[in-house]
Ligand binder design. Structure first.
Ligand code: NDP
Length: 270
């Protein structure tokens, strides 16, 4: 008989989990038996998007995790603030005794495609996007590496993007693509660093994933044109991404580290 709770007894941290793909990661890990702590600027950020709000089954993802039957902790914090993040990790380990899985999902882009072309994107946009995606990921990894090194085990997953590999036709979002490429490369350095401690470090690189925030933006850009580049012919879902996170968080992936795994319906490499 297969065990439907492969993460039983594990403790996980997911950043940027108030809505969207990060929320799907947190709920999937809880459904597989993990206790889950979440970090987000605002645990009610789903309220900004009608489709996200409509999918909620509790006041916040923390309540949803508890509804599944697992323990949950919620932190309203900015992952670019290393001190706060270290304190959150210390609290998780203090309360639950360990930390096995960290999904560094907080991130995203800022600015329009037109104003973020490589030759003109302004410094303030570059600073925000590099901080949110690269610096926040580094802080999260460094905070969780402390208990994982002590345990001599752990699974870290960072979140890149197809934009870290593939240049958009319109040339926009250069700052985001560069930051996500850096996340992928940092992941590989970290895998080399933490391998001797029994910690795996991998990166998922989503393609076009339809969330409550992104669905209207994708439609405005042109669904038919975008999907023409996707061999599977559809947008991804947060659940598509959560499946790969489940794999990278479980012992099925014990001999996988330093990998950058596209979750993109074939967009990146076809
Ligand atoms: P969303 O913007 O819907 O959700 C991200 C959540 O993280 C938001 O609540 C956001 O808060 C929060 N957040 C952002 N920065 C920080 C920070 N510094 N500290 C704490 N919380 C933060 O994103 P998605 O679910 O679409 O994407 C999740 C991840 O996947 C991101 O890293 C994104 O770059 C990546 N990705 C997404 C793709 C997609 O198609 N959706 C494609 C490729 C990659 P706030 O609302 O205030 O910004």
């Amino acid at each position: 008989m297969t065990d439907n709770l492969p993460l039983r007894g594990k403790v996980a941290l997911v950043t940027g989990a108030a809505r969207g793909i990060g929320r799907a990661y947190a709920l999937r890990l809880a459904k597989r038996g993990a206790d889950v702590a979440v970090v987000d600027f605002d645990l009610h950020s789903y309220k900004d998007y009608q489709l996200e709000a409509a999918s909620m089954r509790g006041d916040t993802v923390v309540d949803e995790i508890r509804e599944i039957g697992m323990r949950a902790l919620g932190f309203q914090a900015d992952v670019t603030d290393a001190t706060t993040l270290n304190e959150a990790v210390q609290q998780i380990v203090g309360e639950w005794g360990r930390l096995d899985i960290a999904i560094c999902n907080a991130g995203g882009g800022v600015g329009s495609p037109e104003e973020t072309r490589a030759s003109i994107v302004e410094k303030d946009l570059v600073d925000v996007v590099v901080a949110r995606n690269l610096t926040g990921t580094i802080h999260t990894c460094q905070a969780v590496a402390v208990p994982m090194k002590e345990q001599r085990s752990g699974k870290i997953v960072t979140v890149g993007s197809q934009a870290g590999h593939r240049i958009a036709d319109n040339g926009g979002y250069a700052h985001y693509g560069a930051a996500k490429a850096a996340v992928a490369k940092y992941t590989q350095y970290l895998a080399r660093d933490l391998g001797p401690f029994g910690v795996t470090v991998n990166c998922v690189a989503p393609g076009y994933i339809s969330t409550g925030r992104l669905a209207p933006i994708l439609s405005a850009l042109g669904d038919a044109q975008l999907l023409d580049d996707v061999p599977l012919g559809r947008y991804g879902t947060p659940e598509d991404c959560a499946g790969v996170i489940e794999f990278l968080s479980s012992d099925l992936s014990d001999y996988v580290t330093g990998a950058i795994i596209p979750v993109d319906g074939g967009l990146t490499y076809s």
